[in-house]
Design a protein around this ligand. Structure first.
Ligand SMILES: [Zn+2]
Length: 348
Protein backbone atom coordinates (compact mmCIF):
# COMPACT_ATOMS: atom_id res chain seq x y z
CA UNK A 1 0.00 0.00 0.00
CA UNK A 2 0.96 3.64 -0.15
CA UNK A 3 1.89 5.27 3.15
CA UNK A 4 -1.01 7.32 4.59
CA UNK A 5 1.56 10.04 5.28
CA UNK A 6 4.02 10.54 2.43
CA UNK A 7 2.21 8.40 -0.19
CA UNK A 8 5.30 6.31 -0.91
CA UNK A 9 4.90 2.57 -1.49
CA UNK A 10 5.36 0.56 1.72
CA UNK A 11 5.28 -3.12 2.70
CA UNK A 12 4.25 -4.79 5.92
CA UNK A 13 1.32 -4.32 8.27
CA UNK A 14 1.80 -0.69 9.20
CA UNK A 15 -0.14 1.96 7.29
CA UNK A 16 2.65 4.50 7.74
CA UNK A 17 6.31 4.31 6.77
CA UNK A 18 8.81 4.57 9.62
CA UNK A 19 9.61 8.20 8.81
CA UNK A 20 5.95 9.27 8.88
CA UNK A 21 5.33 7.20 12.02
CA UNK A 22 8.10 9.19 13.69
CA UNK A 23 7.21 12.62 12.31
CA UNK A 24 3.45 12.43 12.70
CA UNK A 25 2.94 10.05 15.61
CA UNK A 26 6.20 10.24 17.62
CA UNK A 27 6.95 6.61 16.75
CA UNK A 28 3.70 5.26 18.17
CA UNK A 29 2.13 2.43 16.16
CA UNK A 30 -1.12 3.97 15.09
CA UNK A 31 -4.13 1.76 14.50
CA UNK A 32 -7.38 2.80 12.84
CA UNK A 33 -9.50 5.01 15.10
CA UNK A 34 -11.75 3.25 17.61
CA UNK A 35 -14.82 5.22 16.52
CA UNK A 36 -16.58 5.98 13.25
CA UNK A 37 -17.70 9.19 11.57
CA UNK A 38 -21.16 9.15 13.18
CA UNK A 39 -19.56 8.94 16.59
CA UNK A 40 -17.23 11.78 15.56
CA UNK A 41 -20.25 14.00 14.85
CA UNK A 42 -21.92 12.98 18.10
CA UNK A 43 -18.81 13.93 20.02
CA UNK A 44 -18.52 17.18 18.10
CA UNK A 45 -22.12 18.24 18.69
CA UNK A 46 -21.81 17.50 22.39
CA UNK A 47 -18.59 19.46 22.76
CA UNK A 48 -18.72 22.25 20.21
CA UNK A 49 -19.08 25.02 22.77
CA UNK A 50 -15.95 24.00 24.57
CA UNK A 51 -13.68 23.08 21.69
CA UNK A 52 -10.89 25.56 21.22
CA UNK A 53 -10.08 25.11 17.53
CA UNK A 54 -11.42 27.93 15.41
CA UNK A 55 -12.86 27.69 11.95
CA UNK A 56 -15.96 26.24 10.42
CA UNK A 57 -14.81 22.95 8.97
CA UNK A 58 -15.82 19.92 11.00
CA UNK A 59 -12.92 18.97 13.20
CA UNK A 60 -12.15 17.63 16.63
CA UNK A 61 -9.00 17.39 18.70
CA UNK A 62 -7.40 14.04 19.44
CA UNK A 63 -4.78 12.95 21.90
CA UNK A 64 -3.05 9.70 22.73
CA UNK A 65 -4.48 7.88 25.73
CA UNK A 66 -2.18 6.15 28.21
CA UNK A 67 -2.59 3.01 26.11
CA UNK A 68 -1.45 4.96 23.02
CA UNK A 69 -4.90 5.05 21.45
CA UNK A 70 -5.94 8.25 19.66
CA UNK A 71 -9.05 9.55 21.40
CA UNK A 72 -11.25 12.63 21.08
CA UNK A 73 -10.47 15.21 23.72
CA UNK A 74 -11.55 18.66 24.77
CA UNK A 75 -8.22 19.69 26.20
CA UNK A 76 -4.56 19.15 25.30
CA UNK A 77 -5.38 17.73 21.88
CA UNK A 78 -2.21 17.42 19.87
CA UNK A 79 -3.95 16.31 16.69
CA UNK A 80 -6.80 17.66 14.62
CA UNK A 81 -9.09 15.23 12.82
CA UNK A 82 -11.09 16.38 9.80
CA UNK A 83 -13.42 13.85 8.16
CA UNK A 84 -15.63 14.31 5.12
CA UNK A 85 -17.63 17.37 6.24
CA UNK A 86 -21.32 17.25 6.97
CA UNK A 87 -22.39 19.95 4.54
CA UNK A 88 -24.40 20.59 1.43
CA UNK A 89 -22.73 23.90 0.63
CA UNK A 90 -19.92 22.08 -1.19
CA UNK A 91 -19.82 19.38 -3.85
CA UNK A 92 -17.88 16.14 -4.21
CA UNK A 93 -17.23 16.29 -0.50
CA UNK A 94 -16.03 12.66 -0.24
CA UNK A 95 -12.70 13.81 -1.71
CA UNK A 96 -12.11 16.67 0.75
CA UNK A 97 -9.84 14.80 3.24
CA UNK A 98 -7.71 13.35 0.42
CA UNK A 99 -7.64 16.70 -1.36
CA UNK A 100 -6.24 18.39 1.73
CA UNK A 101 -3.79 15.54 2.25
CA UNK A 102 -2.30 15.60 -1.25
CA UNK A 103 -2.19 19.42 -1.25
CA UNK A 104 -0.25 19.38 2.02
CA UNK A 105 2.12 16.71 0.70
CA UNK A 106 2.80 18.76 -2.44
CA UNK A 107 3.61 21.70 -0.14
CA UNK A 108 5.96 19.60 1.97
CA UNK A 109 7.64 17.27 -0.48
CA UNK A 110 7.64 19.14 -3.78
CA UNK A 111 7.58 22.83 -2.88
CA UNK A 112 9.75 21.99 0.17
CA UNK A 113 7.79 24.38 2.35
CA UNK A 114 7.63 24.14 6.09
CA UNK A 115 4.33 22.24 6.40
CA UNK A 116 2.31 20.92 9.33
CA UNK A 117 2.76 17.16 9.73
CA UNK A 118 -0.24 15.41 8.24
CA UNK A 119 -1.68 12.21 6.91
CA UNK A 120 -4.81 10.16 6.48
CA UNK A 121 -6.22 7.85 9.13
CA UNK A 122 -8.96 5.23 9.06
CA UNK A 123 -12.11 5.39 11.13
CA UNK A 124 -13.14 2.08 12.75
CA UNK A 125 -15.09 1.18 9.58
CA UNK A 126 -12.22 1.99 7.22
CA UNK A 127 -13.44 5.38 5.98
CA UNK A 128 -10.55 7.83 5.64
CA UNK A 129 -10.20 11.15 7.44
CA UNK A 130 -7.49 13.79 7.35
CA UNK A 131 -5.32 14.15 10.43
CA UNK A 132 -2.78 16.84 11.22
CA UNK A 133 -0.41 17.29 14.11
CA UNK A 134 -0.70 20.60 15.92
CA UNK A 135 2.49 22.61 15.67
CA UNK A 136 1.57 24.92 18.52
CA UNK A 137 2.56 22.31 21.09
CA UNK A 138 6.31 21.96 21.48
CA UNK A 139 8.76 20.50 23.92
CA UNK A 140 10.61 23.14 25.92
CA UNK A 141 14.10 22.88 27.40
CA UNK A 142 12.77 20.88 30.34
CA UNK A 143 11.26 18.44 27.79
CA UNK A 144 7.73 19.13 28.88
CA UNK A 145 5.18 19.95 26.22
CA UNK A 146 3.82 23.48 26.28
CA UNK A 147 1.67 25.64 24.07
CA UNK A 148 3.37 28.08 21.73
CA UNK A 149 2.27 31.68 21.38
CA UNK A 150 0.67 32.08 17.97
CA UNK A 151 -1.24 34.80 16.13
CA UNK A 152 -2.88 34.82 12.70
CA UNK A 153 -2.70 37.76 10.30
CA UNK A 154 -6.32 38.82 10.76
CA UNK A 155 -5.40 39.57 14.33
CA UNK A 156 -1.90 40.91 13.57
CA UNK A 157 -3.32 43.33 10.98
CA UNK A 158 -6.29 44.18 13.21
CA UNK A 159 -9.13 42.87 11.09
CA UNK A 160 -12.00 41.83 13.35
CA UNK A 161 -15.65 40.95 12.84
CA UNK A 162 -16.64 43.96 14.99
CA UNK A 163 -14.84 46.44 12.72
CA UNK A 164 -14.82 44.71 9.35
CA UNK A 165 -17.94 42.56 9.44
CA UNK A 166 -18.47 38.85 8.97
CA UNK A 167 -16.01 38.38 6.11
CA UNK A 168 -13.19 40.17 7.91
CA UNK A 169 -10.70 37.41 7.12
CA UNK A 170 -11.12 38.15 3.41
CA UNK A 171 -10.11 41.80 3.85
CA UNK A 172 -6.59 43.16 3.44
CA UNK A 173 -4.01 41.93 0.95
CA UNK A 174 -1.03 39.61 0.64
CA UNK A 175 1.10 42.74 0.40
CA UNK A 176 -0.09 43.72 3.88
CA UNK A 177 0.84 40.26 5.20
CA UNK A 178 4.30 40.62 3.64
CA UNK A 179 4.73 43.98 5.37
CA UNK A 180 3.68 42.35 8.65
CA UNK A 181 6.30 39.62 8.17
CA UNK A 182 8.95 42.28 7.57
CA UNK A 183 7.89 44.12 10.69
CA UNK A 184 7.62 41.22 13.14
CA UNK A 185 9.93 38.46 11.90
CA UNK A 186 13.60 39.02 12.74
CA UNK A 187 14.85 36.77 9.90
CA UNK A 188 12.36 38.27 7.46
CA UNK A 189 14.20 37.67 4.15
CA UNK A 190 13.83 33.85 4.13
CA UNK A 191 10.35 34.17 5.67
CA UNK A 192 9.23 36.45 2.83
CA UNK A 193 10.51 34.01 0.25
CA UNK A 194 8.73 31.16 2.01
CA UNK A 195 5.53 33.25 2.11
CA UNK A 196 5.88 34.06 -1.60
CA UNK A 197 6.23 30.38 -2.51
CA UNK A 198 3.15 29.60 -0.42
CA UNK A 199 1.19 32.14 -2.45
CA UNK A 200 2.34 30.53 -5.70
CA UNK A 201 1.41 27.09 -4.38
CA UNK A 202 -2.05 28.27 -3.33
CA UNK A 203 -2.56 29.86 -6.73
CA UNK A 204 -1.45 26.78 -8.65
CA UNK A 205 -3.41 24.19 -6.68
CA UNK A 206 -6.52 26.39 -6.81
CA UNK A 207 -6.89 27.24 -3.15
CA UNK A 208 -9.33 30.12 -3.22
CA UNK A 209 -9.52 30.21 0.55
CA UNK A 210 -6.02 31.31 1.60
CA UNK A 211 -7.36 34.16 3.70
CA UNK A 212 -5.76 36.23 6.49
CA UNK A 213 -6.28 33.53 9.13
CA UNK A 214 -4.43 30.94 7.07
CA UNK A 215 -1.12 32.71 7.63
CA UNK A 216 0.24 33.00 11.15
CA UNK A 217 3.29 33.88 13.16
CA UNK A 218 4.46 32.01 16.22
CA UNK A 219 7.09 32.49 18.88
CA UNK A 220 8.76 29.13 19.47
CA UNK A 221 9.41 28.17 23.09
CA UNK A 222 12.71 29.44 24.42
CA UNK A 223 12.88 32.14 21.72
CA UNK A 224 12.15 35.84 21.70
CA UNK A 225 11.52 36.35 18.01
CA UNK A 226 8.64 35.42 15.73
CA UNK A 227 8.70 33.03 12.79
CA UNK A 228 6.11 31.94 10.21
CA UNK A 229 4.12 28.93 11.38
CA UNK A 230 4.20 25.86 9.15
CA UNK A 231 1.85 25.87 6.17
CA UNK A 232 -1.67 24.56 6.91
CA UNK A 233 -5.25 24.33 5.55
CA UNK A 234 -4.34 23.74 1.90
CA UNK A 235 -7.03 22.55 -0.44
CA UNK A 236 -7.99 22.75 -4.11
CA UNK A 237 -11.22 24.49 -3.14
CA UNK A 238 -12.26 24.99 -6.76
CA UNK A 239 -13.12 21.28 -6.92
CA UNK A 240 -15.74 21.61 -4.20
CA UNK A 241 -17.05 25.12 -4.70
CA UNK A 242 -18.22 26.15 -8.12
CA UNK A 243 -16.75 29.39 -9.49
CA UNK A 244 -14.53 29.73 -6.44
CA UNK A 245 -12.31 32.80 -6.49
CA UNK A 246 -8.70 32.42 -7.69
CA UNK A 247 -7.31 34.04 -4.56
CA UNK A 248 -9.04 34.72 -1.26
CA UNK A 249 -7.62 38.23 -1.02
CA UNK A 250 -5.86 40.67 -3.38
CA UNK A 251 -2.12 40.53 -4.01
CA UNK A 252 -1.60 44.29 -3.82
CA UNK A 253 -3.00 46.95 -1.49
CA UNK A 254 -3.63 49.60 -4.12
CA UNK A 255 -1.52 48.77 -7.14
CA UNK A 256 -2.73 47.05 -10.29
CA UNK A 257 -0.46 45.80 -13.09
CA UNK A 258 -1.15 46.43 -16.75
CA UNK A 259 -1.59 42.71 -17.23
CA UNK A 260 -4.22 42.50 -14.51
CA UNK A 261 -6.04 45.45 -16.03
CA UNK A 262 -6.12 43.68 -19.38
CA UNK A 263 -6.74 40.17 -18.16
CA UNK A 264 -8.63 40.45 -14.89
CA UNK A 265 -6.58 37.73 -13.24
CA UNK A 266 -3.10 37.40 -11.82
CA UNK A 267 -0.40 36.33 -14.26
CA UNK A 268 3.37 36.36 -14.43
CA UNK A 269 3.65 40.14 -14.34
CA UNK A 270 1.67 40.33 -11.10
CA UNK A 271 3.71 37.68 -9.34
CA UNK A 272 6.96 39.07 -10.68
CA UNK A 273 6.22 42.64 -9.61
CA UNK A 274 4.80 41.44 -6.30
CA UNK A 275 7.95 39.41 -5.61
CA UNK A 276 10.22 42.35 -6.37
CA UNK A 277 8.00 44.70 -4.37
CA UNK A 278 8.27 42.59 -1.22
CA UNK A 279 12.03 42.46 -1.65
CA UNK A 280 12.78 39.07 -3.20
CA UNK A 281 15.92 39.45 -5.33
CA UNK A 282 15.53 38.87 -9.04
CA UNK A 283 17.80 35.85 -9.13
CA UNK A 284 15.81 34.19 -6.34
CA UNK A 285 12.60 34.78 -8.29
CA UNK A 286 14.12 33.16 -11.35
CA UNK A 287 15.18 30.17 -9.27
CA UNK A 288 11.69 29.81 -7.77
CA UNK A 289 10.01 29.85 -11.18
CA UNK A 290 12.51 27.44 -12.70
CA UNK A 291 11.86 25.01 -9.86
CA UNK A 292 8.12 25.25 -10.33
CA UNK A 293 8.52 24.37 -14.01
CA UNK A 294 10.94 21.53 -13.30
CA UNK A 295 8.70 20.10 -10.59
CA UNK A 296 5.52 20.05 -12.64
CA UNK A 297 5.72 16.29 -13.45
CA UNK A 298 6.37 15.49 -9.78
CA UNK A 299 3.10 17.18 -8.83
CA UNK A 300 1.18 15.01 -11.28
CA UNK A 301 2.93 11.88 -10.07
CA UNK A 302 2.04 12.66 -6.47
CA UNK A 303 -1.60 13.33 -7.39
CA UNK A 304 -1.70 10.03 -9.22
CA UNK A 305 -0.32 8.26 -6.11
CA UNK A 306 -2.78 10.00 -3.80
CA UNK A 307 -6.00 8.62 -2.32
CA UNK A 308 -8.18 10.99 -4.35
CA UNK A 309 -10.89 9.42 -6.51
CA UNK A 310 -10.00 9.07 -10.20
CA UNK A 311 -12.31 11.93 -11.14
CA UNK A 312 -10.71 14.17 -8.53
CA UNK A 313 -7.20 13.25 -9.67
CA UNK A 314 -8.07 14.23 -13.20
CA UNK A 315 -9.58 17.53 -12.08
CA UNK A 316 -6.64 18.28 -9.79
CA UNK A 317 -4.11 17.81 -12.60
CA UNK A 318 -6.07 19.71 -15.19
CA UNK A 319 -6.56 22.64 -12.79
CA UNK A 320 -2.84 22.74 -12.00
CA UNK A 321 -1.92 22.62 -15.67
CA UNK A 322 -4.33 25.41 -16.46
CA UNK A 323 -3.17 27.62 -13.58
CA UNK A 324 0.47 27.13 -14.48
CA UNK A 325 0.37 27.44 -18.26
CA UNK A 326 -2.73 29.46 -19.01
CA UNK A 327 -2.73 31.81 -16.02
CA UNK A 328 0.64 32.12 -14.30
CA UNK A 329 2.73 31.91 -17.49
CA UNK A 330 0.07 33.29 -19.78
CA UNK A 331 1.91 36.36 -20.91
CA UNK A 332 5.12 34.61 -21.76
CA UNK A 333 4.45 34.38 -25.45
CA UNK A 334 1.49 36.60 -25.93
CA UNK A 335 1.83 39.92 -24.17
CA UNK A 336 3.32 43.04 -25.65
CA UNK A 337 5.38 44.17 -22.70
CA UNK A 338 7.23 40.90 -22.26
CA UNK A 339 10.46 42.67 -23.16
CA UNK A 340 10.75 44.17 -19.75
CA UNK A 341 9.91 41.04 -17.82
CA UNK A 342 12.99 39.43 -16.34
CA UNK A 343 11.23 36.14 -15.81
CA UNK A 344 10.00 35.91 -19.37
CA UNK A 345 13.53 36.25 -20.70
CA UNK A 346 14.75 33.45 -18.52
CA UNK A 347 11.80 31.10 -18.74
CA UNK A 348 11.32 31.22 -22.49
ZN1 LIG B 1 5.44 7.85 4.82
Amino acid sequence: MRCYGCLKEIRGKSQYCSKCKKNIFNNIDVKPLTFNKEEFYTFKSENTQRMSISGVQDKISLKFSDANILEPTEVQGHYILKPVPNTNSAQKIEDIPMNEHVSMQISKQIFKLDTAENGLIEFSDGELAYITKRFDYQKNRAHTVAKVEQEDFASILNYTSEINGRSYKYEGSYEAIAKGIKKYVAAYAPALEEFYKRLLLNYLIGNGDAHLKNFSLMRPLDRDDYILTPNYDLLYTGYHIENDSLTAIDLFDEYETEAFGAQGQYTLQDFEEFGLMIGIPEKRLIKIFKEILQNEPKVYEMVSNSYLSDAAKEAYVSNYEKKLHKYLLYFIDSFAFKDRSVLVKVLL
